[in-house]
Design a protein around this ligand. Structure first.
Ligand code: AHM
Ligand code: MG
Length: 337
């Protein structure tokens, strides 16, 4: 049935801030700038398949201009949308090794933004869901100066907002400021994000698992046993579980957030610290999943309590329905290499 009211993203954020008299409205403005970048990236993602048909072949488009890869386009778009609002003192992107400083002509703000502009790179050219992930912190060094590494390398528990945009059959933006997780679907005809998933709660236990099983031989023995356990038949515990793995973390975790499930990118013999990045992949997704009632760990420790040491460090990730994540932690703890 059609909803009787429309709630736009902008209004939802403002309503949220009204519940906090100390709020300055800055977070609303900042998230609204981010949603503009999301709309631009969504538009570009949707026409990606037309690139060859319209003559954008090779490295140059029909105007003789250099064609940007979609992940670089998303990176540039986010910077263009976010560097002049006066909100940030520094930014970090998966696509750039060092801190991105705010140009001198713009006001330096009190927040830090970390993002993965387009996650799921292997799916970009094959029309499978991909996503943008973002994480926001308050700076810890004095205001007015450029942001430093110290501002960027905070534990995930200090995040004040995080979210992702999944570019799938629809474009959906999901965000949290720690109080509930909310999803908004982009109406492409008039370009508004409308509330479609209010106060998302992840089921405590699921019967779905997401992992790249091609790496099985390289896993920890406890993890091998856990996956075999999920595949056994037992009606009472809803086993065997079903496997679901798209290869875009945002899409895999989005599905698990709505239906329940556990997503894993473990350490293995080829990836001693896993593959995913702590600062702009694992921390924001952990903040969202925990705010929805789920759990996220590296197998031994809560992701958001890891003290980061570098901008692009990796961590193993086990994230999703609380009981499922606890169970894989137990399997791994009980079976040492
Ligand atoms: P990326 O940042 O290069 O896109 O890599 C991250 C992605 C995740 O979205 C996805 O879950 C994972 O890598 C897939 O890796 P694999 O192909 O090893 O299963
Ligand atoms: Mg990524």
């Amino acid at each position: 049935m059609a909803k009787t009211q429309f709630m736009t993203l902008a209004r939802h954020i403002i309503e949220g801030e009204k519940r906090h008299p100390e709020a300055t409205g800055e977070l609303s403005r900042l998230l609204s700038d981010l949603s503009l970048a999301a709309k631009i990236i969504s538009l570009e993602v949707n026409k990606a398949g037309l690139v060859d048909i319209l003559g954008f072949t090779g490295n140059n488009n029909i105007h003789g201009e250099q064609v940007k890869k979609l992940d670089m386009f998303a990176h540039d778009t986010l910077i263009k949308a976010m560097d002049h609002g006066g909100h940030f003192c520094a930014m970090v992107s998966e696509e750039e090794e060092d801190i991105i400083h705010i140009p001198a002509k713009h006001k330096i703000g009190k927040y830090v933004l970390l993002f993965d502009p387009l996650d799921g790179s292997s799916n970009i050219d094959v029309n499978i869901s991909i996503g943008t992930i973002f994480s926001i912190y308050k700076r810890i060094t004095p205001e007015g100066q450029p942001g430093t590494l110290e501002d960027c390398l905070q534990q995930g528990v200090n995040q004040i907002a995080a979210g992702y945009i999944v570019y799938g059959s629809s474009t959906i933006l999901v965000y949290t400021t720690g109080e509930g997780v909310h999803g908004f679907t982009l109406d492409p005809s008039f370009g508004e994000f409308l509330l479609s998933h209010d106060d998302i709660k992840i089921p405590k236990k699921s019967h779905f698992y997401s992992i790249n099983e091609g790496n099985y031989l390289y896993w920890h023995p406890g993890l091998k046993k856990y996956i075999k356990y999920l595949q056994e038949e037992d009606e009472a515990t809803e086993r065997p579980y079903s496997a679901r793995y798209v290869g875009s973390m945002v899409a895999d975790i989005h599905r698990n957030l709505l239906y329940g499930g556990i997503y894993m990118y473990p350490a293995d013999n080829h990836h001693p610290n896993g593959k995913l990045r702590l600062m702009y992949e694992c921390n924001p997704m952990s903040f969202i999943v925990e705010a929805a009632g789920g759990r996220a760990s590296n197998g031994k420790q809560r992701i958001m309590e890891i003290q980061p040491e570098s901008l692009h460090e990796n961590t193993p990730l086990f994230i999703g329905s609380e009981e499922d994540v606890k169970m894989v932690e137990e399997f791994m703890a009980n079976d040492h290499c």
